[in-house]
Design a protein. Structure first.
Length: 460
């Protein structure tokens, strides 16, 4: 993220076995239930949870103190995390800390403010990427701040970065639901004046700094995934494929915004240097500014010329990704000043919400099933008025979606994910045996079950 995208002042036993009924196996899981959010690690070229591939699709939130300062931006609250998880279907967020904040803020205050945002995300079933939001080259050049903001906003001091990650790994090293983005955007002075090169002489140098920061994290026995990237503001990953970091628990980040004339798969494939399909790649920043952003757009684009082709490229390559940024002022902005969505925000919401919901290694119906189809842009049915009038246009809508509580317990039926090869299987006597498979059924030792009288149990 470059400085001009920021304005810093600104869920009898009747057992229902649902694996064969409700789910079609696929390669990825969109994990969202907070009670079943397992830790993450890297296996081969994938991010996994309990050995099951997980694909992150989420949103950048900015930092707790400037971007999400409620005095400056009263429409931004901790409830945003619930909105993103429940309405947008996001399963991950990226939260930043600027070097100047770590350098000058009281660390007790900073850690408390950060914990509020992190806990809000985790409690809503979303993974967290914690990003040290430096822009520059270690112990060398760092990007100038937006006028009026601290000159050392993007301070590239290695000692400062190392101290930050020693403390974060001490605080969060036992929670592998949190990933550590070690250095937001490396930018070498040569990136300012010359085109990217292949072979890339800057990667071996940058790699050594990443090894140092990774060692700082591992010094506290933290096993969190760490995120590294290439130079040129995280947009040039050439060189990494043949010379990766020595640590096995690494994901590589790629940042790519709309650039006129460069919004093509060939450009994005060239940028990533053959790394996709070899190592896990995460697009941790992407976005564009549509016509409603005004005339002076740094990242001009539309859904047609950037949003659709870029997200199609993400889907074709099964890439985890997080769009930048859930904010009314920092750009590309997903929000308007009144809290509504910009055109880009509408596209981002539609893209994330269109992801087929999944449980463990199963998708709920095929991707092209009508139950997975977004309906917000479909035409109104020709008989809509007749149906509404037959019900009564002033009759209230009773949305019985199984949320909340009733009679002292939660509404809805929780689900249990089991490995059929590793749990005991049981035979059951059914009141209506002709309506049930004969079994036996794999059942965990302490299964979650429906509250109330029926006590349904769902097992995947």
């Amino acid at each position: 993220m470059k400085c001009s995208r920021e304005q810093l002042m600104k869920r009898t036993i009747r057992l229902v076995f649902v694996a064969a009924i409700l789910a079609i196996p696929t390669g990825y899981s969109n994990v969202r239930a907070a009670q079943s959010l397992p830790g993450l690690s890297v296996s081969g070229m994938q991010i996994v949870a309990n050995g099951i591939p997980v694909r992150l699709r989420g949103i950048n939130m900015g930092d707790p103190f400037w971007a999400r300062n409620s005095s400056w931006y009263p429409t931004l609250t901790l409830n945003d995390y619930a909105v993103l998880a429940q309405q947008w279907h996001a399963n991950g967020v990226r939260i930043s800390i600027f070097p100047t904040e770590w350098a000058h803020m009281d660390h007790t205050q900073l850690i408390a403010g950060l914990a509020q945002q992190v806990n809000a995300a985790l409690s809503n079933g979303m993974y967290v990427i914690l990003s040290y939001h430096v822009i520059g080259w270690p112990d060398s050049y760092y990007q100038a701040a937006v006028p009026g903001n601290p000159a050392d906003t993007y301070d590239s001091s290695m000692s400062l970065a190392t101290s930050f990650w020693i403390e974060m790994s001490r605080l969060y090293g036992s929670d592998t639901r949190i990933m550590f983005d070690l250095w937001n955007e490396p930018a070498n002075p040569a990136d300012l004046t010359s085109n990217p090169s292949d072979p890339n002489p800057l990667w071996p140098v940058l790699k050594s700094y990443y090894e140092t920061l990774t060692q700082a994290v591992r010094s506290n026995a933290a096993q969190n995934i760490v995120i590294a990237t290439g130079n040129r503001w995280a947009s040039w990953l050439v060189g990494i494929k043949d010379n990766p970091l020595s640590d096995p628990n690494v994901v590589y980040a790629y940042h790519k915004y709309s650039v006129t004339g460069q919004n093509t798969a060939s450009v994005w494939n060239k940028d990533t240097g053959g790394l996709i399909g070899v190592r896990p790649v995460l697009v941790s920043e992407w976005g564009y500014e549509d016509v409603d952003a005004g005339a002076n757009r740094e990242w001009p684009g539309t859904a047609a010329n950037y949003g659709i082709p870029f997200t199609r490229w993400l889907e074709d390559n099964h890439l985890s990704n997080l769009a930048w940024i859930y904010h009314p002022d920092w750009t590309p902005a997903m929000l308007q000043a009144n809290g509504g969505l910009s055109l880009y925000g509408q596209f981002a919401e539609s893209y994330l919400a269109s992801a087929s919901p999944g449980i463990a290694n199963c998708r709920m119906y095929p991707a092209d099933n009508i139950w997975n189809a977004p309906i917000n842009n479909l035409p109104v049915a020709s008989r809509s008025s007749s149906w509404v009038n037959s019900i009564g246009s002033t009759t209230g809508l009773h949305m019985d979606f199984g949320s909340g509580t009733w009679a002292g317990g939660p509404i809805g039926i929780p689900y249990n994910v089991v490995d059929g090869a590793q749990v005991n299987k049981y035979a059951f006597i059914f009141y209506y045996p002709n309506e049930s498979d004969p079994g036996p059924y794999p059942l965990p030792a302490h299964p979650l079950r429906e509250w109330g009288s029926d006590h349904h149990i769902l097992v995947v």
